[in-house]
Design a protein around this ligand. Structure first.
Ligand code: M6R
Length: 352
């Protein structure tokens, strides 16, 4: 059941501290300052990595890929529906990672099968034990988020982010105590956001907006995409997310006083340049909601600040996303939408 929550989505948002603890269980090794994912024993650092995934899982992959590259692993992300082994360099030294919560997404399964057929190594990062993706790949890593009923992916996204962060260090064989300490702090930090967020008040203020924009740089950029997907999926309102630098290459033409802009500004993103982007939208009269761990740097330019705890710079996007989930949920709630089963959508997309 919904354990007293009005929607599965809100229940699942609130389950994230527990989901992350499960995802982490037994994997970080403090003593050696390393990460060990038991089910991946024998998997070596590959020559190159291809991520194949869809929707929210694609956004997690975009985030994960940045962590892989930061470890010196050559990594490319593909929308599974666009993955075409005939036109992409792929061989036995390629590890193709299918990131799929359900493990049943048709596009992702097709991409993994294609990778198998050319002799690449394949790995499924999934939530469902014994799913098709797990059965058809060489390796499987479980994210252990527990069942997700709401069509909108929430806790599974956070768990995918944490799983891929660990995978990046497991594959590279290089980790640090600071990284592990920051990973371990995440569940409590997510809990503190859930306990103190005023996302509902922000949602109230902007429930009638024409459209919502989400911007971020670097590690924050994938979460900007995810924030927009969640917003459109459950509110049926226009939302767009993009790397902040793209603003003035087109989307800025849409920015008005009726289009709130959610700006992810974390200690790790290029703060000066983000402040510049925020000024651009501010001067067009757009309301600005900063999602940030450095509130002091942005206060004067933001109408609202949704604060996140300080973390290892690389993990700020995990925390920022929790605030965005809550904003979308509360906008959809005020609009009386069918939050757990949005129109036209299915939990797993089993046709291409
Ligand atoms: O089960 P999967 O992770 O493969 O699903 C991929 C997408 O269909 C899924 O993430 C979809 O975008 C979500 N409903 C978004 O909330």
């Amino acid at each position: 059941g919904k354990s007293g929550y009005d929607h599965y989505m809100l229940k699942e948002i609130n389950e994230q501290p527990h989901a992350l603890r499960e995802c982490l269980r037994g994997r970080p090794r403090e003593l050696e300052a390393s990460i060990a994912i038991d089910e991946l024993e024998g998997l070596k650092q590959p020559e190159r990595v291809h991520f194949v995934s869809c929707g929210t899982s694609y956004h997690a992959s975009r985030y994960g890929a940045k962590l892989f590259r930061e470890q010196g692993i050559q990594t490319t992300t593909f929308l599974a529906s666009e993955y075409d082994v005939d036109s992409i360099p792929i061989d036995e030294e390629t590890l193709v990672v299918g990131v799929t919560q359900s493990g049943e997404t048709a596009d992702t399964l097709r991409a993994l099968r294609a990778a198998n057929s050319v002799g690449a190594e394949t790995l499924a990062v999934t939530n469902v034990v014994g799913c098709s993706a797990a059965r058809e790949t060489d390796y499987v890593m479980y994210i252990r988020a527990g069942p997700e009923i709401g069509v909108a992916a929430t806790k599974t996204f956070a768990s995918q982010q944490v799983a891929l962060a660990m995978l990046s260090r497991d594959l590279s064989g290089r980790c640090s105590s600071a990284f592990i300490e920051a990973l371990r702090a995440l569940p409590d930090q997510v809990q503190s956001i859930l306990d103190t967020s005023h996302a509902a008040a922000v949602a109230d203020e902007y429930v009638d907006a024409d459209a919502y924009f989400f911007i971020g740089r670097g590690f924050d950029a994938p979460v900007a995409l995810e924030g927009a997907l969640k917003m459109k999926e459950i509110t049926y309102k226009h939302a767009e997310g993009f790397p902040a630098g793209e603003l003035k290459h087109g989307p800025l033409a849409l920015v008005t006083e009726r289009t709130p802009v959610f700006a992810m500004i974390s200690g790790n993103s290029n703060i000066e340049r983000m402040v510049g982007n925020v000024r651009e939208v501010e001067s067009r009269g757009a309301p600005v909601v900063a999602v940030t761990d450095v509130p002091g740097r942005i206060e004067n330019h933001a109408d609202h600040v949704l604060e996140i705890p300080e973390t290892h710079g690389l993990f700020a996007p995990i925390l920022a996303n929790i605030q965005l989930q809550l904003v979308s949920y509360w906008v959809a709630n005020r609009l009386g939408r069918s939050i757990d089963k949005p129109r036209n959508l299915a939990k797993s997309v089993t046709v291409e």
